[in-house]
Design a protein around this ligand. Sequence first.
Ligand code: FAD
Length: 406
Amino acid sequence: MIAEESMIKPVAICEAEVIETDVAIVGAGLAGSLARAVLARAGYRVLLIDKRQIPPDEFRVEKIAGRQIDILRRLGFIDDVEAVASSYDRVLNIRGRKLVDVSVGRSYGVSYANLVDMARGLTPDASSFLLDQVTDVSCGEDRQHLTLASGKRVVSRLVVLATGMASALGHNLGMRRQMIAARHSVTFGFTIARPDNVPFDFDSLTCYGKEAADGVDYLTLFPMQGGMRANLFMFRDPTDPIMRELRRDTRRTLLRLMPGLQPYLGDFQIVGQVKNWVMDLSVTEGHLQPGVVLIGDAFQTNCPAAGTGVSRLLVDVERLCTVHVPRWLETEGMGIEKITQFYSDRDKLAADRHSLQLARFRQALTSNTDARWSIQRRLHFLRRMITHRADRIHPGWVMRVRGALR
Ligand SMILES: Cc1cc2nc3c(=O)[nH]c(=O)nc-3n(C[C@H](O)[C@H](O)[C@H](O)COP(=O)(O)OP(=O)(O)OC[C@H]3O[C@@H](n4cnc5c(N)ncnc54)[C@H](O)[C@@H]3O)c2cc1C
C-alpha cells in the first residue's frame, strides 16, 4: 500500500476485535511515541500500543544535549521539548576543586515522564493510541499479527518493537538478549536545594571523580522542574556498601567521594527521593526477521554515563521513519531483505557502535587502575584544561584549529 492511499484511511480501530493498520508500534516510551509522531505526520496509518495510560515516573534520561538536540531539531520537535524542559547554556566542569573547562551550548533538563508525555502528545489523533498489553506477536513476509491482553488482535504490515528493556515479545519471536557487560554501571538521581532556596551560583555543574578506586565517573547538576537535579554515574560493584550509604546518607557520602564540590555547593540538602539504577549492557540477537524491527532500548541498552541512549533511539527513529518505512510501504511484502536495510543503515550502525565504545571508554577512564589508563586519565583532563586556557587567551583559536584539522 502506498502512502497516498494510507492518508485517506484512518486506523480501523473502533470497538473492532481485529484492528488493521500499516505500522503497529509496541511501546509508547520515547522511541515508540516519536516514531508514531513522525509516521503519522507523514500520513501513514499507525497504531501505538502501550500497557500504561500515563508514563510512569521512572528513572531514565533527564538531560537532553548535543547531538540529541540536532536530531530533535531536524525532526521538528525541538520547540515541543523546549516547552516542557528547563534550558541552560553553560556548564562548569570541575575535578577536585579545579576548573577543567566550561562547556557552552544549549541543553535541557526534563523528567522522563514529562518527556514521554510530550512525545505522546505530538500526535493529536487519539485513535492511533491503544491502551493494552501485547501478549504475543507472530511475524511473516506479508502480514504481522499481535495478540492483546484484552482479547483484541492487531494486523499490520510492519511491527515496530519499542518495548525498552522488556524482552518478552522478542523472546516469543526467538530473539535473545546477548549480555555484553552485566552490571556495567550504577546511576543515582536526586534533587538538591539550598535550605533558604537561594539559587546556586552556576547554571549547571559537572564534577568528575578523582580516584579510580572510588569508581565515580561524574556528578552532573542541572536545572529541572522542581529544583537542581543531580545524576551521579559510577562504575563500581552495585553490592558495595557505598551504594547503601549513598541511598541513606546521600549528602555526606557525596561530599566524602567528591570533597571539591563543597565550595561550589555551599550549604545544601537533598530534597525528595533518591533513585538508583544498575545498568546491564546488552544487545538483541536473532533480530533479522521478516515483518518486525526493534528500536531504542529494545534493540540495545546503553550506559547512562555515556549519555547515548537518546542519541541512539533518535537515530533509529529518524532513519527508520523518514527513510526506510516510506520505501518499504511503497511495495507489497515485508521480507527480510527490507528489514536488513534498517539494520545495515550506516548511521544506525555508527550510533550503535559509538554507544558501546563510549560505554567502555568511560568505564576504563574512570576505574581502570593500570598505568596506561592512569596516564590517559591525566592527559585527558590536562588536554581539556590547556585547551580551555588557550581559548580564554585567544577566543575562537581552538575552534579554528579544530576546523583546520577536520
Ligand atoms: C537511570 C538511567 C539514566 C539514563 N540517563 C541517560 C542519559 O543521561 N542520556 C541518555 O541519552 N540516555 C540515558 N538513559 C537511557 C534512556 O533513558 C533510554 O535509552 C530510553 O529511555 C529508552 O527509551 P525506549 O522508548 O526505547 O524504552 P522505554 O522508555 O523503556 O519504553 C518502553 C515502553 O514499552 C512499553 N511496553 C513494554 N512491553 C510492552 C507490552 N508487551 N505491551 C505494551 N507495552 C509494552 C512500556 O510500558 C514502556 O512504555 C538512561 C537510562 C537509565 C535507566
